[in-house]
Design a protein around this ligand. Structure first.
Ligand SMILES: C[S@@+](CC[C@H](N)C(=O)[O-])C[C@H]1O[C@@H](n2cnc3c(N)ncnc32)[C@H](O)[C@@H]1O
Length: 249
């Protein structure tokens, strides 16, 4: 396994590329309240950076006049383009954004900033933003204070995003007056939905088949045997959405 950070980032991007279908099926979108908070400055032109299959982009198209979507994964962007033909898509990264200077009034990054190199991404965000434009970062994390969710995490391993948030990270230091919103909500899931969610994580996408099968069997067993879960075929999966915004001057 490589220890070169750039190569690791590339491998992670490639891992999502190989799992665009299951990602699109399994992952949640973002609560309206959080999207409205991120767009409080009423930007007319917005970049969804690391847009993936368009989980956040879907919430932007009804609220914003012009939406750009950039992601390194052609397969993720193909899903986005098929669902949202009005969005301007381009393959690219946060470290080399394929937009001209001062192109947008907000850059939003959903569930992706932990993959980027902030030293190189932040200057790019500043370059494509108009003066005073907003950088917004958002993550959905499972609510580990619920015992069965904590057990689920033990089985499936915490994600890179969950570790990033648990370490108290978010917006890079020194960017200005950062505001934060935490929003709690629940999402109904059935067995297949939960198994797909587990399968859509980068750890699982890149794991050997026998590891994937073992993790999925343990999750199934949890659903069958945990006292808060057994005997049902639908469950409420609790989430916290953690959002950060800052106007960059
Ligand atoms: C967990 S997905 C999130 C996708 C989407 N924003 C969402 O909320 O569902 C992470 C995304 O980050 C993208 N990504 C990985 N490295 C990146 C980079 N350096 N710059 C921009 N996006 C990157 C991946 O291709 C993937 O689509």
């Amino acid at each position: 396994m490589t220890t070169d950070p750039a190569a690791t980032r590339a491998a992670q991007a490639a891992s999502f590329d190989a799992a665009a279908d299951v990602y699109e099926r399994a992952r949640p979108g973002y609560p309206d309240e959080v999207v409205d908070w991120l767009l409080a400055s009423r930007p007319r032109e917005v970049l969804d950076l690391g847009a993936g299959t368009g989980k956040l982009t879907r919430s932007l198209v009804d609220r914003v006049a012009t939406v750009h979507a950039v992601d390194p994964s052609p397969n993720m962007l193909a899903q986005l383009g098929a669902a949202l033909p009005e969005v301007r898509t381009a393959v690219g990264t946060a470290e080399a954004v394929p937009l001209p200077d001062a192109a947008v009034e907000a850059v939003l990054v959903a569930q992706a900033w932990h993959w980027v190199d902030p030293e190189r991404a932040l200057p790019e965000v500043r370059r494509v933003l108009r003066p005073g434009g907003v950088l917004g970062l958002v993550w959905n994390v499972r609510d580990e204070s619920v015992p069965w969710v904590a057990r689920l995490t033990e089985i499936i391993h915490g994600s890179a995003a969950e570790r990033f948030i648990a370490e108290g990270r978010g917006m890079p230091d020194g960017v200005g007056d950062v505001e934060r919103l935490t929003w709690s909500w629940q999402r109904p899931v059935d067995r297949q939905g939960l198994l797909d969610l587990v399968a859509s994580r980068s750890y699982m996408i890149t794991a050997p088949p026998e590891v994937r099968a073992d993790v999925l069997a343990q999750v199934s067993d949890l659903l069958d045997t945990h006292p808060d879960l057994a005997g049902r075929d639908r469950w409420e999966l609790p989430y916290r959405t953690e959002a950060f915004r800052v106007a960059l001057t």
